[in-house]
Design a protein around this ligand. Structure first.
Ligand code: TPP
Length: 513
C-alpha cells in the first residue's frame, strides 16, 4: 500500500468521510487513492476558500472533521481566511496540504514555500509527514488533534513522495483527552457573584449555546436574577420556538457598552472577554464597566456544560421557568425589503430544523429578536470577521445534513469573495437557499469610517460602493448552475422565499435593498 492509500484508509476509519478538495500535481496520488477506498465523499471546490469554508460549515454541523485537500503553500494561502474563521469557531478540520517531494525541495522549484509557516497561525497542530511509512500515523494524530477540545484545524503536510512511496499501513486514531472541569476556586467566585444580588451577566459561547447549555443557563438566571447573553458571533446556536431565546452582544461598540452598563459581575463560559471587534479612538477595548469583576469560569477548551451543571446545583436552581410563548409572525404585507421585513419573512417561513448560515453583515444585525419565534433551527454565524464564509459554509452544512434545509442569509459584497461555491452546490445538488442582500455597497464600512473618526471624501466613498457596474446575481447564479430570481419589492421577495423554500436543491434570491 502506498502512503496516500494508507492515509485515506486511516481517515475513513477515523470517521473522516468527506474531503473538500482543490488539488494540484503534488496531490495526485492522494486523489488516485480516493478511488481505491470506499467511504470518502469528495467534493470539488473551485477555490481553496470554498474548500476551507465548506469544511468549517461541515464540522460545525457534523461535529466531526472533514478533510480538505489543498495545493502547496499558495493553495493553503487561498484557504487561509476561512481557516481563520474555523479557528474562531473551534471547528475540527483535518487540513491536508500537498507539497513537493522531500528531495525536490532543495531546488527551490516555483511552488516551493514555507507551508508550515503559512499554516501555523490558523492551526492548532501542524506536521509535515516525513515518509510513506509514517503518513497514516500522522493522519491519525491529525484527527485526534482536530477533535481535541476546544476543536481546531490540524494541518497535515504531505510531501508527494510520502504519498506515492510504498510501505504504508493503516493507523488508528489515538484517544482524545477529556475536557478539563472548571477550576473550583473560580467556581466559588462565580457562585458568589451570582448569589450577590448585584447585576450579573452569564456571558456565553460555544457549547453553552446548544439546547442543554441554554436550558441550564436559563434556570441559573431564573433563580439568581442574573442575565445571560451570547458573544457577538457564534459558531452554532440552537434556537427558535420552544427554545431558550438568547441575545448577542451587539457589534457596534457604543451599543455593546450600553447593554453592559451597570454590570457588577461577568461570568464567562465557553468564550473570551467581551471586547470590541476593533479599537476606536477614545473608546475602551474591554466593554464591561471598569468596576465589573470578570470570572472566566470555563474557557472554550473546558467542560462548559459541566460548569453550568455545577453552577445550577450550587445556586439551587429550580426547574425551567415558564417562558411566555412568542407567536410566530405572519409574512409582512407592507413596506420595503429591509432588515425588519426580511427578518419577519424568515421568522414566518423558515422550515422546521433549518440551518441558517448568517453572513448578512449590516442587514442582519437585528435579525435575532424577530426570529426567536421561528420554527426550531440552528444559526451559524461568521465567527472570525473574515468575510467570504457564507456560501462555502452553507455548502458544507448541506453536505453534513442532507435532510435539512440550509438558508444562507448573505450580504452581497461578502458573497462575491467565494461566489463560485454556488457551482459546488449545483454539482452536488445541495438543498441550499441563498438570499443575497443586494445593497450594492460595503455598507458596514460607511459606519466604520465615522466610527474611527475619518473624514471621507469622494474617493473614500467610492471604495465602499458596488453599484457601478451593478452585479447581476441572477446571471451569476445561473452561470454556476443555480436557479435564481430577483426580488425588487416585498411581494416579490416573499413569494420568492416561498418558491425557494418550497423546492429542493440550490436556489438563489437576489433581494434588491
Ligand atoms: C477577508 C476580509 N476582507 C475585508 C474585510 C473588511 N470588510 C468588512 S465588512 C466589508 C464589506 C461588507 O460588505 P457586504 O458584505 O456587502 O455587507 P454590508 O456591509 O453591505 O452589509 C469589508 C470589505 C473583512 N472583514 N474580511
Amino acid at each position: 500500500m502506498n502512503g496516500a492509500e494508507s492515509l485515506v484508509r486511516t481517515l475513513v476509519g477515523g470517521g473522516v468521510e468527506v474531503a473538500f478538495t482543490n488539488p494540484g500535481t503534488s496531490e495526485m496520488h492522494f486523489v488516485a487513492a480516493l478511488d481505491r477506498v470506499d467511504g470518502m465523499r469528495c467534493v470539488l471546490c473551485l477555490f481553496e476558500g470554498g474548500a476551507t469554508g465548506a469544511a468549517d460549515g461541515y464540522g460545525r454541523m457534523a461535529e466531526k472533521p472533514a478533510s480538505t485537500l489543498l495545493h502547496c503553500g499558495p493553495g493553503l494561502g487561498n484557504g487561509l481566511a476561512n481557516l481563520h474563521n474555523a479557528r474562531r469557531s473551534r471547528t475540527p478540520i483535518v487540513n491536508i496540504v500537498g507539497d513537493h517531494a522531500t528531495y525536490h525541495l532543495q531546488y527551490d522549484a516555483p511552488l516551493t514555500s514555507d507551508i508550515e509557516g503559512i499554516a501555523r497561525p490558523v492551526s492548532a497542530w501542524v506536521r509535515t509527514s516525513p515518509d510513506s511509512r509514517r503518513v497514516a500515523q500522522d493522519g491519525a494524530e491529525a484527527i485526534a488533534a482536530a477533535r481535541t477540545a476546544p476543536g481546531g484545524v490540524a494541518t497535515l503536510i504531505l510531501p508527494a513522495d510520502t504519498a506515492w512511496g510504498e510501505g504504508g499501513a493503516v493507523a488508528t486514531v489515538p484517544a482524545v483527552p477529556e475536557r478539563e472541569k472548571a477550576d473550583p476556586d473560580r467556581m466559588k467566585v462565580a457562585v458568589e457573584a451570582l448569589m450577590s444580588g448585584e447585576p450579573t451577566l452569564l456571558f456565553l459561547g460555544d457549547r453553552t449555546l446548544r439546547e442543554e447549555g441554554l436550558g441550564l443557563a436559563e434556570r441559573i438566571c431564573a433563580k439568581t436574577g442574573a442575565k445571560m447573553m451570547a458573544q457577538t458571533s457564534n459558531a452554532r446556536i440552537e434556537r427558535g420556538a420552544g427554545r431558550v431565546p438568547i441575545e448577542r452582544l451587539p457589534y457596534p461598540v457604543d451599543a455593546a457598552i450600553a447593554v453592559l452598563k451597570g454590570l457588577k459581575h461577568l461570568v464567562v463560559i465557553g468564550t473570551t472577554l467581551p471586547v470590541g471587534f476593533f479599537a476606536y479612538p477614545g473608546k475602551p477595548s474591554l466593554l464591561t464597566p471598569p468596576d465589573c469583576t470578570i470570572t472566566v469560569l470555563a474557557p472554550p477548551e473546558a467542560d462548559q456544560i459541566d460548569a453550568l451543571r455545577q453552577l445550577a446545583e450550587a445556586v439551587k436552581a429550580g426547574p425551567a421557568p415558564a417562558r411566555p410563548a412568542i407567536a410566530r409572525p405572519d409574512v409582512p404585507t407592507r413596506g420595503a425589503i429591509d432588515s425588519a421585513t426580511i427578518a419577519q419573512t424568515v421568522a414566518a417561513l423558515l422550515p422546521e430544523n433549518a440551518i441558517v448560515c448568517d453572513e448578512a453583515v449590516t442587514t442582519g444585525r437585528s435579525f435575532f429578536p424577530p426570529t426567536h419565534a421561528a420554527r426550531p433551527h440552528d444559526w451559524l454565524a461568521l465567527t472570525g470577521g473574515s468575510i467570504g464564509l457564507g456560501i462555502p459554509m452553507a455548502t458544507g452544512a448541506a453536505v453534513a445534513c442532507p435532510d435539512r434545509k440550509v438558508v444562507n442569509l448573505q450580504a452581497d459584497g461578502s458573497g462575491l469573495y467565494t461566489a463560485q461555491a454556488l457551482w459546488t452546490q449545483a454539482r452536488e445538488n445541495l438543498d441550499v437557499l441563498t438570499v443575497i442582500f443586494a445593497n450594492r455597497s460595503y455598507a458596514i464600512l460607511r459606519g466604520e469610517l465615522a466610527g474611527v473618526g475619518a473624514n471621507p471624501g469622494r474617493k473614500a466613498l467610492d471604495m465602499l460602493s458596488l453599484d457601478n457596474p451593478a452585479i447581476d446575481w441572477v446571471s451569476l447564479a445561473r452561470g454556476f448552475g443555480v436557479e435564481a430570481l430577483q426580488a425588487a419589492d416585498l411581494d416579490a421577495f416573499v413569494s420568492g422565499m416561498r418558491i425557494g423554500l418550497g423546492r429542493r436543491g440550490p436556489f438563489l434570491i437576489e433581494a434588491l435593498l
